[in-house]
Design a protein. Structure first.
Length: 121
């Protein structure tokens, strides 16, 4: 069940400010409040989707397209289109998703990100 009081829902309702990067009909992008990289932007759909499963089940193709367009456009506006960037979506408990509103992180602005997640057993 979607939590209407999560922090991104409050941002969408204008109850909490954000440093907006980009917005379209279906998505909003803003700077992460605790950046992990020189460029750290979050892109969220405007609809009430907790995770990718809910987004997949409930979003129209137009919403999905609008969301992906916002990701690409936000990377361009943030200045990392040419240098490259990493997209991360923490989805669910094992991924340590903290905010229960589906979102994609755009990380960039520094070449030393490492190749991928380290293997730990
Ligand atoms: P995740 O673990 O993928 O759910 O990450 C949630 C992200 O939201 C974290 O990187 C937080 O720093 C970020 N965050 C939490 N509250 C805010 C806020 N009010 N404005 C911008 N970013 C936020």
């Amino acid at each position: 069940m979607y939590d209407q009081n999560n922090v991104f829902a409050k941002i969408l309702r204008g109850e909490i400010p954000c440093k907006k990067v980009h917005e379209n009909e279906h998505a909003l992008a803003f700077h992460d409040v605790n950046p992990q990289m020189p460029v750290h932007v979050l892109v969220i759909p405007k609809g009430p989707y907790t995770n990718l499963e809910e987004f997949n089940a409930g979003a129209s193709l137009e919403e999905m397209g609008g969301f992906m367009k916002a990701v690409a456009e936000s990377a361009k506006i943030a200045g990392v289109e040419d240098s490259g960037y990493r997209l991360v979506a923490n989805n669910g408990a094992d991924a340590h998703q903290e905010v229960p509103h589906f979102h994609v992180h755009i990380f960039g602005g520094r070449p030393i990100m490492g190749r991928m997640i380290k293997k730990t057993e």
